[in-house]
Design a binder for this molecule. Structure first.
Ligand code: PMM
Length: 286
């Protein structure tokens, strides 16, 4: 099903993730204020329990974040971010059996997270013009997600202006890939992400999801559409936790278009859907 990446492997430190099928990344937000599950796993013990449950439900990867990126969210300092994520990453890396990613824009947090056992840096402000993040990835050999966004979570709402969103995101992702090349990061370490919901309107998000196959020609693609506001707008569902059906629909679409990874909250429902669709895609009914 993951067209074009059958033999590709994501090099993540000492580990590797095969893209012989679309991989499911479960989300562990150690935050009091994420839009999707704010506060539920703010306590480290609960966050670890949640991560272990997601792996039991079928997650191939876990992504641990300590700073909410919802539009207008107040940023936290690096010390507080590290205090939130490091114990959770340390415990999950020791116990969960799947690669653990750190969702951060700060090189110092990324480095400490890799020392604590993370093997992927999910960088939502790709390198941010800051060679320090590239150095963390190069020196540790960690996998890296290069996500597209404009502005910061505090300012991005005003940056959602594009003449051709797919072409402009593609140009920006190419520039991130070129920067990674220039910094000596191996292509096998890199996954790109169109940044659904980051400086994008609902129409922009739909255009980008429709272009998953096109973007996948640049590099393996990770898509994070789960529970996001555009799903609420399309489905008229204001409650983020009640957007499971729309989120699973988006994940199935992305998998059928060749996405390498889908980043989701509802791991069990997503894995069931992808298993059935994968099985059906292998058969012809006519
Ligand atoms: N979305 C959120 C946070 N981190 N990282 C990547 N690579 N891609 C995303 O789309 C993404 C992300 C939004 O917040 P959530 O953790 O509450 O879903």
């Amino acid at each position: 099903m993951a067209d074009g990446y059958g033999k590709r492997v994501w090099r993540c430190g000492g580990r590797s993730v095969s893209f012989d099928r679309t991989r499911v990344m479960g989300i562990v937000n150690v935050t009091p204020d994420s839009f999707s599950d704010g506060g539920l796993y703010f306590d480290a013990g609960r966050a670890v329990e949640h991560g272990l449950r997601l792996v039991a439900e079928g997650a191939d990867l876990l992504d641990v974040g300590g700073e909410s990126t919802r539009p207008g969210a107040a940023g936290v300092g690096p010390d507080e971010e590290a205090r939130r994520v490091l114990p959770v990453i340390r415990a999950l890396a020791a116990q969960c059996g799947v690669p653990v990613s750190v969702d951060t824009r700060r090189p110092e947090v990324a480095r400490a997270a890799v020392e604590a056992g993370a093997c992927i840096v999910n960088d939502i402000l790709p390198f941010a013009g800051d060679a320090a993040m590239a150095a963390v990835v190069r020196e540790t050999g960690a996998g890296v997600v290069l996500m597209h966004m404009r502005g910061t979570p505090q300012t991005m709402a005003g940056c959602a202006v594009y003449a051709d969103v797919v072409a402009e995101v593609e140009v920006a992702l190419r520039a991130s890939l070129a920067y990674a090349d220039a910094e000596g990061i191996g292509r096998g370490q890199v996954v790109i992400d169109p940044g659904i919901g980051f400086a994008k309107t609902t129409a922009h998000n739909v255009s980008l999801l429709a272009a998953t196959a096109r973007l996948s020609r640049l590099a393996p693609v990770l898509v994070g559409a789960s529970r996001k506001r555009f799903i609420g707008e399309l489905c008229r569902e204001p409650d983020a936790s009640a957007r499971v059906g729309g989120s699973v629909g988006a994940a199935v679409w992305c998998a059928l278009q060749g996405a390498a990874v889908v980043r989701v909250h509802d791991v069990k429902a997503t894995c069931q859907a992808l298993t059935v669709v994968c099985e059906l895609a292998g058969h012809r009914g006519d």
